[in-house]
Ligand binder design. Structure first.
Ligand code: ADP
Ligand code: MG
Length: 336
């Protein structure tokens, strides 16, 4: 079925089903009027948006419609988590080339709605238009965080430990499998592809960090550790030392690099789209936070370094040698 068969309004009616999670008390009007109407929460309102363009941010043949819809929402939820917040509502704008089957659009919305239900997010509106060539998908997601609990990039303090919520570089490994059409055993390829196509979310961790008082700064890792930790350092007016030996690298990423070349460390430092949280935590908070995260989610935290005076990031090698990490500085790891 083509979009032309049902028209823009037929499409909106079709996707408008199942956009609310129960009967959310803050929603006065969702889809169906000229604007959504919500009651403002007490505290701070978070607003984030991400734009995904076919062939720039995703390859339509390489990602299923369900995965695309899920990921489009997930990357926005990750931004809300990085602020320490709880997500509330989503707005979805989509530009659709004429040849895209309606069933593919259904798949995108199925993925998005399934994740929205799991995370208590209501889809309250959006816009629908034709596109001459590429599929474009833009989401706006709102969230909420009580005053005093928001985590900013600018709060890191000298002495804080740097923790991340998962392994690094797996998403970049998954992208390599897609781009280089690597043939790897299923048990190696599957988790790396999943990391790229279906990123994990850390919404529960985000609230534990935000309410603990020990977390001083946070960011989600969308552009790679080197780049994103660099943002925290600049915003906070501090430097960072990262222990190479402490970087959490998955066995699968090691397998990929053994089979196809490259260095896992380069992917961990420079690879984008891991969507782990990186948090600067007071030293005394690392152990209790690790325990409460394990109790709440069964997952763990990885301490990878510390916040130091000065500026810039340095890598500490196992022999104690310190090496400055510049944005392009990790390139050489790829060729060792
Ligand atoms: P208007 O022309 O006044 O902007 P539209 O006809 O574009 O209104 O939209 C009608 C309703 O459908 C609005 O509530 C809008 O937010 C919602 N809507 C339109 N497109 C989408 C979409 N792709 N996903 C979710 N809601 C949508
Ligand atoms: Mg209108």
């Amino acid at each position: 079925m083509k979009l032309g068969d049902i028209g823009e309004f037929g499409f909106i009616d079709r996707i408008a089903q199942g956009c609310l999670v129960g009967e959310p008390s803050h929603v006065v009007r969702g889809i169906g009027d000229d604007a959504a109407v919500v009651r403002c929460p007490h505290g701070l309102l978070l607003i984030t948006t991400d734009l995904l363009i076919e062939r720039v941010h995703f390859l339509r043949p390489a990602i299923s419609p369900t995965q695309l819809g899920t990921k489009a929402l997930a990357v926005n939820l990750s931004d809300i988590a990085a602020m320490g917040g709880t997500p509330c509502d989503a707005f979805v704008s989509i530009a659709i080339p004429a040849e895209v089957p309606v069933e593919e659009l259904d798949g995108i919305y199925d993925g998005m709605k399934a994740l929205a239900r799991r995370t208590g997010v209501n889809i309250l509106g959006g816009d629908t238009t034709r596109s001459s060539q590429d599929l474009c998908l833009n989401l706006v997601v709102t969230g909420f965080v009580p005053e005093g609990e928001a985590l900013y990039r600018s709060g890191a303090r000298v002495g804080d430990r740097i923790v991340v919520t998962g392994t690094l570089g797996d998403s970049a490994g998954g992208l390599r499998i897609l781009l280089e059409r690597l043939e790897l055993p299923h048990e190696v390829a599957a988790p790396l592809l999943a990391a790229h196509l279906e990123p994990e979310l850390y919404l529960e961790e985000a609230r534990l960090f935000a309410t603990s008082g020990w977390a001083h700064a946070a960011i989600d890792l969308s552009d790679g550790l080197a780049s994103d930790l660099g943002h925290v350092c600049r915003a906070s007016g501090v430097g960072a030392v990262v222990d190479v030996a402490a970087l959490p690298l998955s066995a699968e990423l090691g397998e990929l690099c053994r089979a196809a070349g490259g260095d896992p460390l380069a992917l961990a430092l420079g690879g984008g789209e891991d969507y782990r949280l990186l948090v600067a935590v007071a030293p005394e908070g690392v152990e209790p936070l690790t325990r409460s995260v394990a109790a709440a989610t069964g997952r763990r935290l990885y301490e990878i370094g510390e916040v130091v005076p000065g500026s810039g990031i340095r890598l500490r090698h196992p022999d104690g040698r310190l090496e400055p990490l510049t944005l392009s500085g990790f390139d050489h790891f790829a060729h060792r």
